[in-house]
Design a protein around this ligand. Structure first.
Ligand code: SAH
Length: 248
């Protein structure tokens, strides 16, 4: 069997000899669009059992079957990192979800801040983007896209031991102290459970910034001297976090 060129996420247990029945959409994609026939290789992953090389063992118009042959990658989960961001325009929001999934986050949490433009998000559509990104980038893990939540409520209910890298576009001219009055450096930050927070196009309100600067788990961060767009800031922040505190 040749190495598979197609990687597919399936919600199905994977093990040697395990058969996976395909639904109509999957069959349409594999046999209608990609023109695979019986015997063709497909790589499968389900978010928990690693990656498997499978073979098409039945191909039909409305369904089909794949059979797992051998495991090609161990299960590898990303760091326990959440990306909190305020949804912006559709294509830019899609970009943030795709890049976060590629760069390695456990959870993508859209948040509603005071100046957030979007009232609603299509969680299922964003989740599908995260799945597609995982299929394309060789990940064996699917980042979970959570429902939109208000930032103030999320902060009020913040889990103990999770640190927050707060990307503050106005940090340079901030006159706020950190909780103990001293500047905080990521160099001194503990590893482990983290979240990154990126604000909306309109930035954070003064009240939000004041609150965030006073939180014991918040680490305010400046990403250079220019104001980045939220999608750029998300990628820059993920890069910085991966280098300083993550797996790079
Ligand atoms: N309208 C705001 C900019 C918002 S940029 C203004 O003009 O001030 C969107 C988000 O990206 C910000 O809320 C912040 O989280 C992040 N961001 C952008 N540039 C940044 C920088 N230089 N440092 C830290 N965070 C930044």
């Amino acid at each position: 069997m040749d190495a598979a060129k197609i990687r597919l996420y399936v919600e199905h247990p994977l093990a040697e000899g395990q058969t996976v029945l395909l639904d109509r959409d999957q069959a349409h994609y594999l046999f209608g669009v990609m023109r695979l026939t019986a015997g063709a290789p497909v790589a499968l992953f389900n978010g928990t059992d690693g990656e498997w090389q499978a073979e098409v063992t039945a191909a039909g118009k409305r369904g089909g079957e794949l059979t797992c042959r051998s495991r090609s990658r161990d299960q590898l989960s990303p760091p326990d990192l959440w990306l909190l961001f305020a949804p912006i325009k559709k294509t830019r929001t899609d970009f943030i979800v795709e890049k976060a999934a590629e760069m390695g986050v456990a959870r993508i949490q859209p948040v509603q801040t005071e100046f957030t433009n979007a009232e609603r998000i299509r969680r299922d559509r964003l989740q599908a983007h995260a799945v597609e990104a995982a299929e394309q980038c060789g990940s064996t893990y699917i980042a979970e896209v959570a429902e939109l939540q208000r930032l103030d409520r999320l902060l009020a209910d913040w889990p103990a031991d999770r640190q927050l890298m707060f990307c503050d576009e106005a940090f340079a001219d901030a006159s706020y102290g950190t909780p103990d009055g001293a500047p905080r450096s990521l160099e001194d930050a503990p590893k482990g459970e983290w979240a990154i927070l990126i604000g909306p196009e309109g930035g954070f309100s003064e009240a939000e910034r004041r609150r965030l600067h006073g939180l014991p788990f918040a680490w305010p961060v400046q990403l250079g001297h220019r104001i980045l767009r939220a999608d750029t800031a998300a990628v820059a922040a993920l890069t910085l976090w991966q280098l300083k505190l993550g797996e790079w």
